[in-house]
Design a protein. Structure first.
Length: 198
């Protein structure tokens, strides 16, 4: 897969060929387009930004204009093999509801998010007393789309508390996988989760 984005490369590897995929907050459809062309997935997207939807349509993608917080109730259980929630989970108001709905309609859910506990973020907060700005959190406090600032440890704890099974997890730096002290050294993370039926 030709993409400079490490999270896209990881998600591309996770998704099995010829599966049914729903991308929540799919943006301009770059990831979804790769998956359709290279992995022959049956893809759908949901996006709220109209300009982004036009870009998806130009790529030949099936994308619905909607809010992922309210637009999932019409889907039956387990209708998708994968639901992708990459860099959009932290932007929703009711995170528990969205993750719960994604787990209901998808057999597996791929979640990607920036790590607020990255060492640069910690140091900026400690030494400057200012809201952190890092490559994965490039916004100022007043123009950030993020409503939830979570760490990799926070999400692991969330999964444990909600009885969600973590199938795999990847901790990402700017250009490579982080293998040690991910809560401090990873800029972002990608988790593969599913409902724990036990």
């Amino acid at each position: 897969m030709k993409s400079k984005r490490l999270d896209y490369q990881i998600i591309y590897k996770v998704i099995e060929p010829k599966t049914r995929v729903l991308d929540l907050g799919c943006g301009s459809g770059q990831l979804l387009s790769f998956l359709v062309k290279e992995k022959k997935v049956k893809a759908q997207g949901i996006e709220i930004n109209e300009d982004a939807i036009y870009k998806c349509v130009e790529k030949g993608l099936s994308v619905f204009h909607g809010n992922i917080e309210t637009g999932l109730s019409g889907y039956p259980d387990n209708v998708f093999d994968y639901v992708i929630l990459n860099q959009s989970m932290q932007e929703v108001k009711n995170l528990e509801h969205v993750v719960g709905e994604a787990l209901r309609i998808g057999k597996k859910v791929v979640v990607g998010f920036p790590n607020f506990a990255h060492i640069r973020a910690r140091l900026r907060l400690f030494f400057k007393g200012k809201v952190p700005i890092t490559p994965s959190l490039p916004y100022r406090w007043y123009n950030t789309p993020n409503l939830h600032f979570l760490s990799t440890s926070d999400f692991k704890d969330f999964c444990r508390r909600k009885n969600i099974q973590v199938l795999d997890r990847f901790f990402l730096g700017e250009k490579k996988i982080i293998r040690f002290f991910p809560n401090a050294l990873a800029l972002s993370a990608v988790f593969v989760i599913r409902k724990n039926n036990h």
